[in-house]
Design a protein around this ligand. Sequence first.
Ligand SMILES: [Zn+2]
Ligand SMILES: [Zn+2]
Length: 289
Amino acid sequence: MRLTLLGSGGDSQTPMPTCECRVCDPAREEGLPHARYGNATFVHEADAVVDAPESVWAMLNREDVRDVAYIFLSHHHMDHVGGLRVVQAIGRPQYPLDDWDNEDPATVVMSETTYDRIADSLDIEAQYDDRGYAEFEFLADGETMALGDGVEVTGLGAPLDPGGPADAAMGYLFEESDDSALVSPDETTFLDLEKVPEDLDLWVKECGMFRETPDGDPILSDDLWADERDHQTTFDQTLEQVRTVDPDRTVLTEIEEIYRRRPDEYARLATEHADLSVEFGRDGMDIEL
Ligand SMILES: [Zn+2]
Ligand SMILES: [Zn+2]
């Protein structure tokens, strides 16, 4: 199986407009690997994109992706669905246009909870259904769907908060012959790790929050840190989760600008955890299983 990390950023892209910090300046001047679009992963065998941040239009062009059959959405937050209108471009009919329906629309897959949460905010009925831009399918927690060419995907759900719906944040487990890759781009804080197969080859996973910048300055005030920790994953928790699941390889994504770390600093941090086979993602990173 082959995957490309289309974008390795998260809620924030790097560079952030107007910011002149130690990560935004080199990202603006040199581009990759300092620059990071939002969080999205491409699974080549299935022509599948996981998550559609605002920047997905630019990422698909940058990586020269010519066919998208599926878009899987992990959860309803805007940094994961804000670019969903990219489906407008996929399978467009030839001129002259008789109507706006796409001839070969992408299939957008998500949990019912995510659909309920974006139906109004994205105006799915008028903006997508009525125009025939995409088809929509639900995937439930634990349900498996065949994607063709011997690729299957299983939804691994997690609540966003304790007691919330179990399918609010979906990870997607792609399997093809002996290869398995779990793409759970964000919101793994309350993921029941028992659901993850023991012989996982690859985990594409959120990096988690850092308490301090590389210089030791707190990134969040004590109060905000305490608030966020109630429902957000920290980098230390990510390491613990990776230690528990023990996949062959882990690529971290959702790397936020506010962490203020540069690619060489992430590379050094990865070597400190070499026993866990953890790598920090970068935009355009090719991952071959
Ligand atoms: Zn996110
Ligand atoms: Zn910045």
